[in-house]
Design a protein around this ligand. Structure first.
Ligand SMILES: Cc1cc2nc3c(=O)[nH]c(=O)nc-3n(C[C@H](O)[C@H](O)[C@H](O)COP(=O)(O)OP(=O)(O)OC[C@H]3O[C@@H](n4cnc5c(N)ncnc54)[C@H](O)[C@@H]3O)c2cc1C
Length: 377
């Protein structure tokens, strides 16, 4: 039976779900975004492993202009002094139909908005009130418009405001006492790295990830630094105290224009108490970026909701929460573990970690259980 769905939030999760509903079903839907436009600011890279590209290819992600994508085959591990530790062959997790892909976030959003933009996306929409009418949910927005729907899918990010309308229990995201700093390096970096690969430099209380985001090989750099408080005005000072102190050659990178974010995570995953309401993407659970799976999980969770909808099982004893929880726990444990071991500051611990890393990185059992489970090879 034809259903009506309101999707709240037009990030990766909301847009992915909208594309699947549009392409494969006759259900009615509308995507409600709080902002007045989509953020298409260039310069932010995103990594998509095969678990998410496999899903996106069903909505023709593989037809994006190839020049705007990159398929790195290897992750090179270095210490922060730029001395190589080992490398991981990423192409082992690729298949013909799904490859590890890096790109600008704006390229992904442009692609996801294409079929949705004119008919199915409304901007400047913030929920004011919700109520249940018979078997439906009435959503009132603060611009005095409303919508009566069968299902609400909240995709409004880690600070999901939609939750507060439906749930009594609050889940406050927690500051991880770390920040992320991002820069795009258009020219060749002066580092001793292979710019065709993803480079991961592990330092005390910090790590740096560099990867190409297109065929021109513009490099995206993300630096995660631990700090007690988030102060965007003190980024360069923090970089000096934590990163540049460990390797002065990195100073040039931080001379560029830098954007920063505080890192938050969801401490507890709580189910929806309303069988007509679902949470996807960061609204379900926000992960640390140390496994580069945030967008990937947004895509997976959107796909799970789409499948239940297609099978007409969204309102019947569905197992969305149980399955998503299981999956989120796998990703969360690995993201948290990576965060912990990437940042050792004790030189002995760093040495031990590097020995383990070198030993494990080429072992089939390790790759299969640690990354294979994430990339689903
Ligand atoms: C430093 C860093 C690096 C990362 N790198 C990667 C990576 O390489 N690979 C990867 O897979 N992931 C990465 N991630 C994570 C990834 O970007 C996010 O997990 C993902 O974008 C979440 O998508 P989302 O759609 O759930 O939420 P969001 O992208 O947060 O989108 C939510 C949308 O909802 C809108 N909204 C918010 N509130 C409301 C409201 N009340 N009403 C209506 N609309 C609302 C927002 O404006 C926004 O458009 C990284 C994250 C960080 C911090």
């Amino acid at each position: 039976m034809k259903k009506k769905i309101a999707i709240i939030g037009a990030g990766v999760a909301g847009l992915t779900l909208a594309n699947f509903i549009k392409k494969f079903t006759d259900h009615e839907f509308m995507l409600y975004e709080r902002e007045e436009s989509l953020s298409l600011e260039e310069g932010y890279g995103i990594q998509l492993a095969s678990n998410s590209t496999k899903i996106l290819n069903q909505i023709d992600f593989n037809k994006i202009d190839n020049e705007k994508l990159y398929n790195p085959k290897t992750i090179d591990f270095y210490n922060i002094q730029n001395k190589k530790i080992c490398n991981l062959n990423l192409s082992k997790f690729n298949s013909i139909e799904a490859k590890y892909t890096t790109l600008q976030r704006s390229t992904l959003i442009e692609f996801l908005k294409e079929d949705i933009y004119t008919q199915h996306l409304r901007f400047g929409k913030k929920i004011k009130e919700v109520s249940e009418l018979k078997d439906k949910i009435l959503i009132k927005f603060d611009d005095n418009t409303n919508d009566l729907v069968d299902f609400v899918v909240a995709a409004d990010g880690i600070f999901s405001n939609t939750r507060s309308f439906f749930e009594k229990k609050k889940v406050e995201p927690k500051f991880k006492k770390a920040i992320a700093a991002r820069v795009i390096l258009n020219s060749k970096s002066e580092l001793n790295i292979d710019e065709e690969n993803i480079s991961l430099m592990l330092g005390g209380n910090s790590h740096i990830v560099l990867y190409p985001i297109n065929k021109k090989k513009d490099l995206n750099m993300v630096c995660i630094m631990r700090c007690k408080k988030y102060d965007p005005d003190k980024t360069k000072q923090l970089a000096q105290e934590i990163v540049i102190k460990q390797n002065p050659k990195l100073k040039n990178i931080f001379d560029n224009e830098i954007k920063t974010w505080p890192l938050y995570f969801t401490p507890k995953i709580i189910p929806s108490t309303n069988r007509k309401v679902f949470y996807i993407g960061d609204a379900f659970n926000g992960f640390l970026p140390t496994l580069a799976q945030g967008a990937g999980q947004s895509i997976e969770s959107a796909f799970e909701i789409f499948n239940l909808l297609k099978k007409e099982r969204l309102d019947k004893n569905n197992n969305y929460f149980e399955n998503r929880l299981k999956r989120a726990k796998i990703i969360r444990n690995r993201s948290n573990f990576n965060f912990f071991v990437f940042h050792f500051s004790n030189p002995i611990m760093q040495k031990i970690r590097n020995i383990f890393l070198k030993f494990l990185i080429n072992r089939k059992f390790f790759l299969k259980s640690y990354l294979g489970k994430v990339y689903k090879n």
